[in-house]
Design a protein around this ligand. Structure first.
Ligand SMILES: [Fe+2]
Length: 136
């Protein structure tokens, strides 16, 4: 099944949505590459991207939450920290053991599915809070 951006993932905040699309796109490319037998090379590229992305995107999102006193900030910081750990763990294993079906499965569940779930459950709440404060 293709993994791609759908409108139900929109939080309504332009900056957050643009950054979310970047991650959805790169995971979609990885899944497409795996389906055409080019998964191994693509996995390295994707995981390198994820390591940088989690730092950059989460920092941006957290800065907005701080700036506008998002009430659930502490929990949200923890969700992000856990996800960064997941990505770090996957990256380490990719470097030591190489690409595997097991790692791909983890990217699918612990990264792709986690992320879409997080957008739906958490980031939509952040965007609603920002909107209440006049940020679109
Ligand atoms: Fe978030």
């Amino acid at each position: 099944m293709a993994f791609a951006w759908t409108n139900d993932l929109a939080t309504g905040n332009a900056k957050i949505d643009t950054e979310h699309k970047e991650l959805i796109d790169i995971i979609g490319q990885l899944i497409a590459a795996c389906q055409s037998g080019k998964g191994r090379e693509e996995m390295l590229r994707t995981v390198q991207f994820l390591e940088q992305y989690t730092v950059r995107h989460f920092a941006n999102e957290e800065a907005l939450q701080r700036q506008y006193n998002y009430p659930d900030l502490q929990n949200h910081l923890q969700y992000h920290a856990q996800f960064r750990e997941t990505v770090k763990n996957i990256a380490q294993r990719l470097h030591t053991d190489g690409a595997s079906v097991q790692l791909l499965a983890e990217i699918n569940t612990k990264v792709a599915m986690w992320f879409t779930q997080h957008i739906r459950m958490q980031d939509t709440k952040v965007a609603a809070h920002l909107k209440q404060n006049g940020v679109i």
